[in-house]
Design a protein around this ligand. Structure first.
Ligand code: NAD
Length: 484
C-alpha cells in the first residue's frame, strides 16, 4: 500500500488541519505506513464546544426524521467506501482480509443499518397506569431522550466495529459525539470522519473526530465539563482510570473492558472438533479480541489427549500477510504488544506451565507471534488470570463439572465464554452458571448487531449493540399530569 497521509480532524462539520502529525506503522512489516493527525488541547476544546452547541441549540435531539436520514446516508457512504476502508483496516490494524468480511468491517457497516431500522420503530415513550394518589388521579408517562454530548474512546483492535457500535446508537438516540480513535489505528477513524464530513449530511458539530499519538486527548475528554457521557472500549486499567476521572463531573460511564474467558470442554465433547474450535478461536486476530476464549478447561483425565489435538491444530493455522485472503492470523499490533505477550509466556513457563508449541516471536519483519499452547496451567497463575491479547492458549485441567464452573468463574473478568458437549441442555446448564455477558454453546455465534454485548464484573458496565445498546444513550424522563 502506498504511503497514506491524513492531517485533518473533523470539527464542527469541517475538516480542520492539525499542526502536528504522528507516524503509523504497518504491523505486518514494522515499516512506517504514513502519518495521521495529532490533536492538541485546542482541538479537544473546539470539538466539545461544537458537539455541545449542536446538542443544546439545534433540533438534532428532537428531529427523528433527520437522524434517520443521516444514519441511512452514513450507511450508504460507508458502502461506497467499503473497499478503501478494507485496505486501511488490513494495513494499519493488521487484520486478516477474511476478518474484514466479518466483524472488522462488513458487519459493523451493517450495524448502521440495524440502528437506522431500529430508530424507525423504537418506542421513545412509554405509558404508565393512571395513579391514584393524594385524592387525585394522575396520568403518567415516560419519555426517553438523548443522554447529551458523548465522548467515544476507542481501542486499536476492532476500530471500525467499535466506532460504529458507539456512533450509530448514539446518533439514533439523538446524542452528539466526539469520537477519539486509538493511537495505533488512527486512519480508519479519520477516514470515517472524512466520509461523514463529505458525504452524509450529518449537521455540523453532531460528529467530531479526533486522533492523537498519546492518551492525553482521551484523558481531557473524561474530565471535560462539556461532556455528559463517556463510552469507552479498552483495557480494564484505563477503564478504571476513566471511571475515576469522570466521577468529578459525575458523567455517565459506559465501559467495555478486558476479558479472560474460558472455553469448557465437557467430558462428552467431540474432542477433535473442540480442539479445532479452540485453536482457531485463539488465533483469530492473533488473540487481540477481548471476548476470545484464552483459557481452555478440560477434564483432567483427557488433558494430555486434548493438548495433543490442539497443538496439532495450532500447527495448521496459516499466519502471515494479512492482505492474503487465505491468512487466518496476522501480526500483533506493535513490538510493544509482542514483547508483552512474550514476557507473559516466559513467566508462565517459569511458573510451571508446559510450553507445548509456539512461545516465540516469529523471525523476520512485522510483529508476528507463534500460535502458542501452554499446558498444565495453574488456574491461579498470571497466565490464567491476566489478559494476554496474543495467540496464547492456557490449558487448565478440572476434576468435575463443579470444578470447571469454579475455575471458569475464578476471574476478575466476566466478558464471555464457551462450552462444548454432546448434550446441548447440559452444556446450557453449565453456561448459566458462568458469570459472563455472552456465551457460546457448541460453537453458537452470539456476536451480531441485534445482540447485546458486554461484561460482568471487571469486564465492564453496560451493553453495546442491540436495543440495549441504544438505551445506553437515553435518559428516562417521567411526566405526570392530573387526570381529572
Ligand atoms: P487501551 O485501554 O490502552 O486504550 C484504549 C483507548 O483509551 C485509546 O484510545 C487510548 O488512547 C485511550 N486512553 C488511554 N489512557 C486514557 C486515559 N487515561 N483517559 C482516557 N483515554 C485513555 O486499550 P488498547 O490497548 O487500545 O486495546 C486493548 C484493550 O481493549 C484490551 O484490554 C481489550 O480487552 C480491550 N477491548 C475490550 C473490548 C470489549 O468490548 N470489552 C473490545 C475490544 C478491546
Amino acid at each position: 500500500m502506498s504511503l497514506f497521509h491524513e492531517d485533518r480532524l473533523l470539527i464542527d462539520g469541517r475538516l480542520v488541519r492539525a499542526e502536528r502529525t504522528f507516524e503509523t506503522v504497518d504491523p505486518s512489516t514494522g515499516k512506517v505506513l504514513g502519518t495521521a493527525s495529532d490533536a492538541d488541547t485546542g482541538h479537544v476544546e473546539a470539538a466539545v464546544t461544537a458537539a455541545r452547541r449542536a446538542f443544546d441549540t439545534t433540533d438534532w435531539m428532537r428531529d427523528r426524521e433527520l437522524r434517520l436520514r443521516c444514519l441511512r446516508s452514513l450507511y450508504d457512504a460507508l458502502h461506497t467506501h467499503r473497499e478503501e476502508l478494507r485496505d486501511l483496516t488490513i494495513a494499519e490494524v493488521g487484520a486478516p482480509r477474511a476478518l474484514t468480511h466479518g466483524p472488522q468491517l462488513d458487519e459493523p457497516i451493517e450495524m448502521v443499518k440495524y440502528y437506522a431500522d431500529l430508530l424507525e420503530h423504537h418506542p421513545f415513550r412509554e405509558e404508565l397506569p393512571v395513579l391514584e394518589s393524594r385524592g387525585r388521579r394522575h396520568r403518567r408517562w415516560i419519555e426517553k431522550e438523548a443522554a447529551g454530548v458523548v465522548a467515544a474512546i476507542l481501542p486499536y483492535n476492532f476500530p471500525n466495529q467499535l466506532a460504529l457500535a458507539k456512533l450509530a446508537p448514539a446518533l439514533a438516540a439523538g446524542c452528539t459525539v466526539v469520537l477519539k480513535g486509538a493511537p495505533d489505528t488512527p486512519w480508519t477513524t479519520l477516514a470515517l470522519g472524512r466520509i461523514i464530513a463529505e458525504e452524509t449530511g450529518i449537521p455540523p458539530g453532531v460528529v467530531n473526530v479526533l486522533t492523537s499519538s498519546g492518551p492525553e486527548t482521551g484523558a481531557l475528554l473524561t474530565t471535560h465539563p462539556g461532556i455528559d457521557m463517556i463510552t469507552f472500549t479498552g483495557s480494564t486499567p484505563v477503564g478504571k482510570a476513566i471511571m475515576a476521572a469522570a466521577s468529578a463531573t459525575l458523567k455517565r460511564v459506559f465501559l467495555e473492558l478486558g476479558g479472560k474467558s474460558a472455553m469448557i470442554l465437557l467430558d462428552d465433547a467431540d474432542l477433535a472438533n473442540a480442539a479445532m474450535f479452540a485453536a482457531f478461536t485463539i488465533c483469530s486476530h492473533s488473540g487481540q479480541g477481548c471476548a476470545l476464549t484464552s483459557r481452555l478447561l478440560v477434564p483432567r483425565e483427557r488433558h494430555d489427549e486434548i493438548v495433543g489435538l490442539v497443538a496439532a491444530m495450532l500447527g495448521k493455522v496459516r499466519y502471515g500477510d494479512p492482505a492474503d485472503p487465505k491468512t487466518h492470523m496476522g501480526p500483533l499490533i506493535s513490538e510493544k504488544q509482542r514483547a508483552k505477550v512474550h514476557g507473559m509466556v516466559e513467566r508462565a513457563v517459569a511458573a510451571g506451565a508446559r510450553l507445548v508449541t509456539g512461545g516465540r516471536p516469529v523471525d523476520g519483519e512485522g510483529f508476528f507471534y507463534e500460535p502458542t499452547l501452554l499446558a498444565g496451567v495453574d488456574p491461579a497463575a498470571e497466565i490464567a488470570q491476566e489478559e494476554v491479547f496474543g495467540p496464547v492458549l492456557a490449558v487448565i485441567a478440572y476434576d468435575d463439572e463443579d470444578d470447571a464452573v469454579r475455575i471458569a468463574n475464578d476471574s476478575v473478568y466476566g466478558l464471555s465464554g464457551a462450552v462444548l458437549g454432546a448434550d446441548a441442555e447440559r452444556a446450557t446448564a453449565v453456561a448459566r452458571r458462568i458469570r459472563s455477558g455472552t456465551f457460546s454453546i457448541n460453537g453458537g455465534n452470539y456476536f451480531a448487531a441485534d445482540a447485546p454485548f458486554g461484561g460482568f464484573k471487571q469486564s465492564g458496565i453496560g451493553r453495546e449493540m442491540g436495543v440495549a445498546g441504544l438505551e445506553e444513550f437515553l435518559e428516562l424522563k417521567t411526566f405526570a399530569v392530573p387526570a381529572d
